[in-house]
Design a protein around this ligand. Structure first.
Ligand code: NI
Length: 171
């Protein structure tokens, strides 16, 4: 088991631009495997490298259906549908908070796999949602940034209250 620590939204790494991956070596494969294990253990549907403290263009997705389990390296969203839909999002870096976010219903994404091979995915539904959420992480963007200012402030302050409470308990 290679479980990785998940960084929360207060960590600077979650707000940084990421670098492209240019070496498709064993270290990358080990990292991606560890990210999948960490994601599945946390019962999430997506995990981006900045969330485990690594500022690189990598994310993993597992919607738990239809074999939708992918590692996307250097992803680029190349098409988005005009129609927007609401969908309730959460984030392993902001645990316990869920809010509706409007985004394009469908996307086409191009990426490389762990061997460096290019592929494209046409995604809709949950998969499209997770891809957009994780892709945001590679640009230092969190789902709360898509909420209106007031709602975002509310989530941030509740998150900090909760974090303070837990850190007191831990001592
Ligand atoms: Ni997230």
């Amino acid at each position: 088991m290679y479980m990785l620590d998940i960084f929360d939204m207060d960590d600077e790494v979650l707000r940084s631009q990421t670098e492209s991956v240019d070496e498709f070596d064993d270290a990358l494969k080990i990292l991606v495997d560890a990210m999948f294990e960490t994601l599945e253990e946390a019962e999430g549907v997506g995990l981006a490298a900045p969330q485990v403290g690594i500022s690189k263009k990598i994310f993993v997705v597992n919607t738990r259906k239809k074999g939708e389990r992918y590692a996307l390296i250097n992803p680029e969203i190349i098409e988005t549908s005009v129609d927007l839909v609401p969908y309730e999002e959460g984030c392993l870096s902001i645990p316990g908070f869920y809010r509706d976010v409007m985004r394009p219903a469908r996307v086409k994404v191009q990426a490389q796999d762990v061997s460096g091979k290019f592929f494209t995915l046409d995604a809709e539904g949950l998969l499209a949602r997770v891809i957009q959420h994780e892709n945001d992480h590679l640009n230092g963007v969190l789902f709360i940034d898509h909420l209106d200012e007031k709602e975002k402030d509310k989530v941030v302050s509740l998150f900090h209250k909760k974090k303070k409470k837990y850190s007191r308990k831990a001592r």
